[in-house]
Write a protein of this length. Structure first.
Lengths: 275, 337, 277
């Protein structure tokens, strides 16, 4: 490898850092605003930076009992749909990866294609079905929908991770006297855990950020943060600091997860079409 | 204890028949090598013996019991894989312990066996490490250790040395041979490398396209190959084949002579040719010679200080006692005594 | 073991889909329950001939075009830059990727209020400070503003994909071309760009599928307005379904949306299928 001059590296770093700050600027800015009082938040940027820091906006937002309710809704539906999806997807992906049949590839492709259905195409039936079965504005209803729309991606990701487990290690376990249960318990699962964890994180991110069904199928009870923040869209006068605080709290968990899951994102969202 | 027999075994994958029919007898304690070019079915046969593949028809007997439908775990065989197939999430100790755990052997006995095996294979210092922290040779030994610790009826090796560099390969070849002498257990070894076959085997099974070409001891295959394929496969460098007028002189369609059975002279001999590339190995030299009455180049072994160089004229004489005669089907013709 | 998921997805596919198709042939308004009647292709006819449909279609295509243009060019540029040797590449990459993880409603509101608001927004304040007239983004260029917000979110996605693809480029190929006398520009045109052709296509196809369904950003910023200036196909159907409660028309629109999405999906599935070999 040729030595890259330090100057060159410094230049690259400077340009890239500028780029990164440019892209993340809105996030950084609302992070700053969230620590300001409402009055200070609408000043010009210099004033904003120089004004005093406060936690008031955070405490006001958290003090609103409905904010916490919506936050916990987001948590519940993200974790709930992830758990449900994994429950169904793991056996499915296992079978496709280790006991493939002639139709396995076609079934997998078909499953992926269901993800490409535009939600608006089935908005009416789903709305009516949910209404008739009392699922509107319920967390259960959201969990069901989110599970269904993310199931293809989950199965796909698990399938690719399972396929990466070298078959000869499983055969070695068989030679070593392991029965099917032991093979799965002692060899397959420990090796699959990183893949399952990545898939889990990706699904939580997708469910947390989903903004079509969570808005259209909820009113006030089951609305997660996506819908709740959307309700801020009608201008209520001056509310920058509070909106910033609420936004920061809403996106922080996902930013942290996103930090850990960049590679999985590519794998999951491109359906493996890009290596 | 470790006898294995394949009776009329055939194997097809979907509609493709990869093994038409084989019969092999392996006696207890033998070191048998399945050798042949890529795709000849040697790994498939090994996996059939292991139970990792089913037979399409035929019988697999282990210790005179029909084992054809037994799962791998019940055959009391141990396998060393080409990629070692170590459990990446377990330490060396746990890797070696795994088969003992599956056999429900108590902890004390487990530890005892592990210590013994570790000592034999020089792994005592590495017991707590993970496979990712080991070198290729060390991983090899762990794989072998995992196999030994089960005290199986027979060991199965699937091209175990392919992933090692040349020097390590020579070292491990010796270690495996010594292991065999020490344990006395049957070993079935698959390789495409005829040098491994020759140096390690009691008995060699030469395969091509699923068919057994010949079974015999290394020297039997070297001295009396039964057809052109075996003659050309065993022995390095390859045997020279001559057809046409030269072969007619010996009443055969083709004759074969090994490079080491040809003598050279600057002045007189059976054949005349021009020296091409000269390969110096140090102890020996191999001359590539273009003969006047043949399209192919012949390889001739000579002493290190033979004095020939590129472009020289050379006379060759074939050692009459070591000429192999083949008919037009490639089958060896032996003198009727 | 596969059956639960197959059954679930099959149900998810067939049941609502058949219902949508069925409804699209009815004259059915939720405000007048019990008066449904079969009307054949009427819903489709009126949906397609309504001027807002043309607007929605144009807007949808504009959004595609605008966003894909920005994300593709930007994605190539960003990924090339991030592929260079530098310090703190992990942190920098996270800074570039972060917008993708922000939920659409947050990002839309933040841009609209904190940045694009002509009075109190960041840009407005800077403009006033410089003595310029602040630009009313959503008033004067609503569609472009929406396009920018969406691009901000999807640019990281394209960058990530292209960066991953770049990192799989065999270094030896580049070294060989250098030995053959190619300069940086030639290497980019003749080796890097062809290598990226496939990932770029994948990124475009996937974004197209998701962009067809852009909803939240429009809802919280403009509600499709002014007029139909920022209404896309999805929003139009939403308005008819959940605001006007016109089940028949909404369903017809839904079927049209599905057909359009399918066209793109066919191309994408072919590319995925190739990789599954």
């Amino acid at each position: 490898m040729r030595a890259i001059s330090n100057n060159r590296k410094a230049l690259n770093t400077a340009i890239a850092l500028t780029l990164g700050l440019f892209m993340s600027f809105p996030i950084i800015w609302i992070l700053i605003l969230s620590f300001k009082s409402e009055l200070d938040a609408i000043g010009n940027p210099l004033q904003v930076l120089l004004s005093s820091w406060t936690l008031d906006s955070f405490s006001t937002v958290q003090g609103r009992s409905d904010y916490l309710k919506h936050f916990s809704n987001s948590v519940i539906i993200s974790l709930g749909s992830t758990f449900l999806a994994l429950l169904v997807a793991i056996p499915s992906a296992w079978a496709m990866a280790f006991v493939p049949g002639k139709q396995t590839k076609n079934i997998l492709m078909w499953m992926l294609s269901t993800k490409m259905l535009p939600p608006v195409g089935v908005l009416i039936p789903i709305y009516l079905l949910f209404r008739d079965y009392g699922l509107l504005d319920t967390r259960v209803g959201l969990v069901i929908i989110l599970t269904l729309i993310n199931l293809p991606i989950i199965i796909w990701m698990l399938y690719t991770y399972f396929k990466e487990i070298p078959v000869d290690i499983l055969e070695a376990a068989r030679m070593d006297g392991a029965g099917l249960k032991q093979e799965i318990l002692y060899v397959l699962t420990p090796m699959a855990i990183p893949g399952i964890a990545s898939t889990l994180i990706l699904n939580i991110i997708l469910a947390w950020n989903e903004a079509f069904w969570t808005i259209n199928l909820t009113a006030s009870n089951a609305a997660p943060l996506t819908a709740f923040i959307a309700s801020y869209s009608s201008p209520e006068g001056l509310f920058y600091a509070k909106l910033s605080a609420a936004s920061i709290m809403a996106i922080a968990p996902i930013l942290i997860m996103g930090w850990f899951s960049q590679k999985q994102l590519v794998r999951g969202l491109t359906f493996g079409a890009v290596k | 204890m470790g006898s294995i027999t394949l009776k009329n075994v055939t194997k097809s994958f979907d509609d493709v028949e990869v093994i038409p029919q084989v019969n092999i007898e392996i006696r207890d304690g033998e070191f048998v090598v399945f050798v042949g070019p890529s795709g000849c079915g040697k790994s498939t046969l090994l996996r059939i013996i292991a139970g990792l593949e089913d037979v399409t028809s035929g019988v697999v007997e282990i210790n005179n019991q029909d084992a054809t439908t037994l799962p791998p775990a019940d055959r009391s065989l141990a396998m060393v894989f080409q990629s070692y197939a170590l459990y990446p999430h377990m330490s060396v100790r746990k890797n070696i312990a795994f088969p003992l755990r599956m056999a429900k052997i108590d902890k004390v006995e487990q530890d005892k066996r592990i210590e013994t095996v570790a000592k034999v294979l020089n792994l005592t210092d590495y017991l707590e490490r993970r496979p990712a922290q080991l070198s290729g040779g060390q991983r090899q030994r762990v794989a072998i250790g995992r196999a030994i610790v089960r005290e199986p009826s027979a060991f199965l090796f699937d091209e175990p040395l392919s992933n090692l560099d040349a020097a390590l390969r020579v070292e491990m070849r010796l270690e495996i041979s010594e292991l065999h002498k020490k344990l006395g257990t049957t070993m079935i070894y698959v390789t495409h490398d005829q040098i491994e076959a020759m140096t390690m085997a009691d008995k060699i099974v030469v395969l091509q396209a699923g068919v057994i070409e010949q079974i015999g001891s290394p020297m039997e295959l070297y001295d009396k190959p039964c057809n052109k394929f075996v003659a050309g496969f065993i022995g390095s460098p390859k045997m020279n084949f001559l057809e046409g007028s030269e072969a007619d002189k010996y009443n055969a369609h083709t004759i074969g002579v090994r490079p080491e059975h040809i003598s050279i002279s600057k002045t007189k001999g059976q054949l005349v040719g021009t020296v091409g590339v000269v390969e110096h190995l140090g102890s020996d030299t191999y001359l590539h010679v273009s003969c006047e009455n043949s399209n192919e180049q012949m390889i001739v072994r000579a002493d290190a200080n033979n004095g020939f160089k590129y472009g020289d004229k050379i006379h060759l004489t074939l050692d009459i006692k070591n000429i192999h005669r083949f008919n037009n089907h490639g089958v060896c013709i032996y003198e009727t005594p | 073991m596969m059956s639960p998921s197959v059954l679930l997805l099959l149900g998810w596919m067939l049941v609502p889909l058949t219902m949508t198709i069925y409804f699209s042939f009815l004259r059915y308004n939720l405000l007048n329950p019990g008066t449904e009647s079969f009307t054949g292709w009427t819903n489709y006819y009126y949906f397609v001939t309504d001027p807002s449909f043309t607007d929605a279609l144009v807007n949808t295509i504009s959004i595609f075009g605008g966003v894909l243009f920005i994300t593709t060019i930007g994605g190539i540029a960003f990924s090339l830059l991030l592929d260079q040797p530098m310090w703190k590449s992990g942190l920098i990459r996270m800074l570039v990727i972060a917008p993708f993880f922000v939920m659409p409603t947050v990002s839309a509101l933040v841009w609209k209020n904190m940045f694009m608001n002509p009075v109190n927004g960041f840009f407005g304040q800077i403009a006033s400070f410089l003595g310029l007239q602040p630009f009313d983004f959503f008033g004067q260029a609503p569609l472009l503003s929406v396009i920018w917000i969406i691009s901000w979110q999807w640019l990281p996605f394209a960058t990530l994909i292209l960066l991953t693809a770049l990192q799989s480029l065999d270094r030896e190929q580049l070294e060989a071309s250098e030995m053959d006398g190619a300069n940086s520009f030639s290497r980019f045109i003749f080796i890097i760009l062809p290598h990226l052709a496939r990932p770029i296509t994948v990124a475009i196809l996937i974004q197209t599928i998701f962009l067809l369904s852009i909803f939240a950003e429009i809802l919280v910023t403009t509600n499709g307005g002014p007029g139909t200036a920022t209404t896309n196909l999805t929003y139009l159907i939403y308005v008819q379904s959940l605001l006007q409660f016109d089940v028949g028309a909404g369903s017809a629109g839904g079927v049209i949306a599905i057909i359009l999405a399918n066209i793109v999906a066919i191309f994408l599935m072919r590319m995925i299928g190739k990789n599954l070999e």
